[in-house]
Design a protein around this ligand. Structure first.
Ligand code: ATP
Length: 651
């Protein structure tokens, strides 16, 4: 099956360093040399290619123009009539759309053959959407074409270098209308768009698809001066994916997060899409919320960011902007809508009826004279009315029960501490440790038969966990003014020590602990300015797993080892504590094995151990103070500190 196209672009991060513990001395020398010339790693940065009419990603869109061969003057594909290719209707990152005027008859059995004017969507065979043959969009149109709010596709086929789709011709996009009407839209107009697009999305979702690129450019009205001129359509199904497997009764797609995978358009993408989570129905609704607010307000607060980390900055801004702030110039239904959709769970069934009803107060009384046809929405309103009649009051209240709001826009920095069930053992912690006092704590611990199992830092002071149950036989550590000190680490690797824990301070200094007696057979680490998921993914494929992780200011340091004892590993990364993802992974047998956080983001590594644990109990805490009293309580239940970090947790 052809894959949906991916809109990603590669960039370079200047100071990303990756080092690996070589297997042999000879390899060590070779690696040193390699590192001198090429210690930078190529990083993938996310970038959506937007419609150039929106101006959000023009440079990226132009890149695509390199491979445009001249368009044919006439088109005939898949048994269609012959069409003359006339004026251009629009252009996206991948396709270009022209008017096609019928010259001769085609396959008379097809109803589409009688249509005089059609839209012809051309996609070059080398376009990213066509890596695996015909565009993925074709397949989606097979299921959705002609359903409520989706244009019909009459013919498709390849002609020369182009894949061509013959479809119903439509009118201006919402972006065109917004732009030609003073870059603003009345709340009544936007409310009509809201309810009608909800009815389109409901139908699309009911057929198992998520659109994946909801934005003003992709909503089109019918052709002017026809009966459809006030009817709303949603086009561009090139990023559509299935949220449900198989047909009607299929299971919900499985949750996953791949932080380097971004699809969509930066300005309107949901925060989950930025973070690479599997698309689900909530994402279309979040993009719709941004679309509606944009059309009404004329601007979104995250417009104007540039550069390779644009997606990161935009996502950070989205997470830091509360619904109150974002909707301060909009009537109340906008905020209510946004609040509901950004707090939805991954597999939650949207209550379309309720969402439509939020905007009802803004719609004009008489549906016949509304600026947009709201026929689809009227059906939903009617169904809700009927359901209300059947429901008892108690049932209705249950639906409206207040739920926890996760995105409030207010940052918080906390300790994240993870506790594992273990056989009773001696454990000791120290926190608020200044550089000068570190050695004496470690010496005393070592004298008592304890070794360091975990280190962390907060406000340039260290936290230290020492255990009797590490299994290590010997240990060395270094406090260094840099994050991380390459020469010292390589020296210890030479002596067969492996990194067992790392911590970084805000001032850029680091504490590295290396031990003997681990099961590791090879080790590699990387320091980078953004979370190095691409590198982690590459190393996973080589048999490494993340075994420790830390941050220093905004920089990440990740250590990966071979023979880590894990069979599977995943990452949860977010601008807040990723509770939902953790719980979903938890149910699949994953447990947190490393944590690190900057003031922007928290990352958690979750793993499945190769050997099943006798007791899989794990507890996590988030506290603004170091959790000293909590640790003692946990000890009482044979739960011991296993991982510790300080940074961004809730919003
Ligand atoms: N059926 C149609 N009738 C009239 N105009 C159309 C039609 N389909 C598309 N267009 C115009 O062409 C533009 C590009 O089409 P479309 O969004 O399908 O292409 P794309 O390359 O997949 O775009 P994107 O970069 O948004 O993914 C639309 O924004 C719209 O202006």
């Amino acid at each position: 099956m052809p894959e949906p196209r991916r809109r990603v672009r590669r960039g370079r991060v200047a100071d990303a360093v990756a080092l690996e513990r070589p297997r042999t001395r000879l390899a060590a020398r070779k690696l040193k040399e390699e590192n001198q010339v090429g210690e930078e790693e190529e990083e993938k940065e996310v970038m959506a290619i937007g419609n150039d009419s929106g101006g959000s990603n023009k440079a990226a869109a132009q890149e695509e123009e390199g491979n445009t061969a001249p368009f044919p003057e006439r088109v005939q594909v898949g048994g269609s009539p012959l069409y003359k290719v006339e004026r251009k209707l629009g252009k996206g990152g991948f396709g270009q759309v022209f008017v096609g005027r019928r010259i001769t008859g085609g396959n008379e059995r097809s109803a589409g053959a009688s249509i005089l004017e059609v839209a012809l969507k051309f996609e070059h065979r080398t376009s990213k959407g066509c890596n695996y043959g015909p565009p993925h969009e074709w397949q989606v149109y097979n299921t959705l074409g002609g359903s409520h709010g989706v244009p019909r596709v009459h013919f498709k086929g390849r002609q020369g270098d182009y894949y061509v789709m013959v479809m119903d011709i439509l009118g201006p996009s919402l972006w065109d209308i917004w732009n030609t009407s003073g870059q603003a839209m009345s709340s009544e107009m936007v409310a009509c768009i809201a309810v009608e697009s909800l009815s389109i999305l409901e139908k699309m979702h009911a057929k198992g698809y998520v659109h994946g690129d909801v934005k003003p450019e992709n909503f089109l009205l019918g052709q002017p001066s026809t009966s459809q001129e006030k009817k709303l359509f949603l086009v561009d199904l090139g990023l559509a994916t299935k949220w449900r497997e198989g047909g009607g009764g299929g299971q919900h797609a499985e949750y996953d997060q791949r932080p380097d995978m971004f699809r969509g358009t930066v300005r309107y993408a949901s925060a989950h899409a930025h973070l690479g989570r599997t698309a689900s129905r909530r994402d279309d609704l979040e993009s719709l919320a941004y679309t509606l607010i944009f059309l009404h307000r004329g601007r979104l607060p995250w417009q104007g960011y540039q550069g390779d980390n644009k997606s990161f900055l935009v996502c950070k801004k989205k997470m830091a902007t509360s619904p109150d702030m974002l909707c301060c110039f909009c009537p109340p239904p906008f905020k209510q809508f946004l609040e509901i959709v950004v707090n939805m769970k991954f597999d939650e069934e949207p209550n379309y009826g309720k969402l439509v009803s939020l905007f009802q107060e803004l719609l004009g009384e008489n549906p016949a004279i509304r600026p947009i046809n709201t026929e689809g929405a009227q059906k939903i309103i009617f169904q809700v009315g009927q359901k209300r009649g059947r429901l008892s009051i108690g049932e209705e209240e249950e639906e409206d029960a207040p739920r926890k709001k996760v995105r409030l826009g207010v940052p918080a920095t906390q300790w994240i501490s993870i506790y594992n069930a273990r056989q009773p053992m001696k454990q000791r912690y120290h926190y608020n440790v200044a550089d000068t006092r570190l050695a004496q704590h470690i010496e005393r611990g070592t004298a008592d038969g304890l070794l360091i199992s975990c280190v962390s830092s907060c406000s340039n002071l260290w936290a230290l966990i020492m255990d009797a149950g590490t299994g290590f036989t010997n240990q060395v550590y270094e406090l260094s003014p840099v994050f991380l000190h390459k020469e010292w680490i390589m020296e210890q690797w030479e002596k067969n020590y492996y990194i067992s824990s790392i911590a970084g301070a805000t001032n850029g200094s680091s504490l590295v602990v290396m031990s003997k007696g681990t099961a590791y057979t090879q080790q590699s680490y990387k320091v980078s300015d953004s979370f190095p998921f691409k590198w982690i993914n590459k190393k996973w494929r080589e048999g490494f797993h993340v075994t420790s992780m830390a941050t220093a200011g905004t920089r990440w340091g990740v250590v990966m080892s071979r023979n880590s004892g894990y069979s599977e590993q995943v990452v949860e990364l977010d601008f807040l504590y990723p509770s939902e993802g953790i719980h979903r992974r938890w149910d699949g047998g994953f447990r947190i094995t490393s944590t690190a956080a900057t003031t922007d983001q928290a990352a958690l590594i979750l793993s499945i151990p190769r050997r099943r644990l006798v007791d899989e109990t794990q507890e996590t805490l988030r506290t603004s103070q170091f959790p000293s009293t909590h640790v003692k309580e946990k000890w009482g239940k044979n739960l011991y500190l296993a991982s510790l970090s300080y940074g961004r947790t809730v919003s």
